[in-house]
Design a protein around this ligand. Structure first.
Ligand code: PNS
Length: 160
């Protein structure tokens, strides 16, 4: 049986923390689907297609990882693709409440779908897409935090 994990998120933009989690997920599953959520309530900086391309560029040639977008409920997407695991990153205690709520709601909706929390590399623990956007917006150097292509896309988006 092929074990399929989903790593869902907004990835706006993908950071080196996301990249680290995707690589770690490969230890848990035969295939990892990196799933960009389409959220009509959010105004993302990058389109879904841009985020998928950035994720693909970050991971490179890894046949066990593929990239998809989904709208609607994560649990429905998991059913469609036959995934049994959802991977989420836990960076700090501040992540915990939101992640715990989401994991329990997803279990309510899909009891056999397991949420697994992975801890990122220590040096990436402070990292988040929203902080990266903020630093880039004010012209700060994000080159250690994201792939070069993402840093360039941020600079272009913020008119630098
Ligand atoms: O990177 P994010 O923004 O923290 O990711 C959150 C995400 C996309 C995983 C979550 O909002 C999600 O699963 N959205 C899909 C809609 C859904 O299933 N919502 C109920 C979750 S309990």
């Amino acid at each position: 049986m092929t074990r399929i994990a989903i790593y869902p998120g907004s990835f706006d933009p993908p950071t080196r923390g996301h990249e680290d989690l995707i690589r770690r997920s490969l230890a848990l599953a035969d295939r990892v689907i990196v799933a960009v959520a389409v959220n009509p309530l959010k105004q993302p900086l990058f389109t879904v297609a841009e985020r998928l391309a950035m994720l693909q560029a970050a991971i490179g040639d890894e046949p066990r990882v593929n990239y998809q977008s989904f709208d609607g409920l994560l649990v429905e997407f998991a059913r469609q693709v036959g995934a049994t695991i959802v991977v989420r990153g836990l960076r700090a205690v501040s992540d915990f409440e939101y992640e715990f709520q989401m994991a329990l709601m997803n279990r309510q909706l899909h009891p056999s779908l397991e949420t697994v929390f992975l801890v990122p590399a220590l040096e990436l623990t402070y990292l988040s897409s929203s902080l990266v956007r903020e630093v880039a917006r004010f012209g700060g150097d994000v080159s250690a935090l994201v792939q070069p292509g993402v840093a360039e896309a941020l600079a272009r988006r913020y008119g630098r």
